[in-house]
Ligand binder design. Sequence first.
Ligand SMILES: [Zn+2]
Length: 239
Amino acid sequence: MIAPGKKNRPGIKIVPTHITIHNTDNTDAGADAAAHSGFVRNTGYYVLKSGKKNWVSWHFTVDDKAAIRHLPSNELGYHAGPGNAVSVAIEICMNKGIDRAAADSRAALLTATLMGQLGISASKVVPHKQWTGKICPSILLGGKPAGARWSAFIAEVRQFAAQLGNAGAGMSPMAAAAPSMKSLVESPDIPMSLEHLEFEINHRQVRLGLSGGKTKAPSKTGKKPKASKAKARKKTASE
Ligand SMILES: [Zn+2]
């Protein structure tokens, strides 16, 4: 997590009503979740043409291996203009060599998990574009036909939410007994609640999808991942 008091963690409390989805717009090899975690914790700003620092932050970064938390869900991050005050932000990586489908699935799972914890419905899961007009998440808003990837992502979110039993009013009790639920529970990839995440916050980095739900401290040696330096910049400083 970003250290309290750092400029991209102002500590302003929010009650999130939305979940905002981003893509990192960073296709560099190695620009994965760990690299972005290093960036928001160690740097956290871009230098604008004017020379001013543009501080940025968001709540989670997800790649094809892990989800890492950078901010508590009830604190404001700097990622989407008017969306900052009302939403939890998830950045999905798009680095060279990433298994994009796996990253999207992990992000969908995290989204569904957060929906359950925060009482947010799938209709309030929105692209960054909704707040500022920026074409983000660029991957999920891209492709043809237009909107298909985003729709598929939201469909997966709804599916996970149903399987996790947090689909809200529309949730059928039968869904909990469905075979898919069983396999979900048994899958080591699936966090059943954010309690697990809260526990892992103590280790600074949060991972969804560690085998057996055991906490493996991602950097026992205290060393940063190789790719963390300078790799995790985003291409725009407009957030
Ligand atoms: Zn964005």
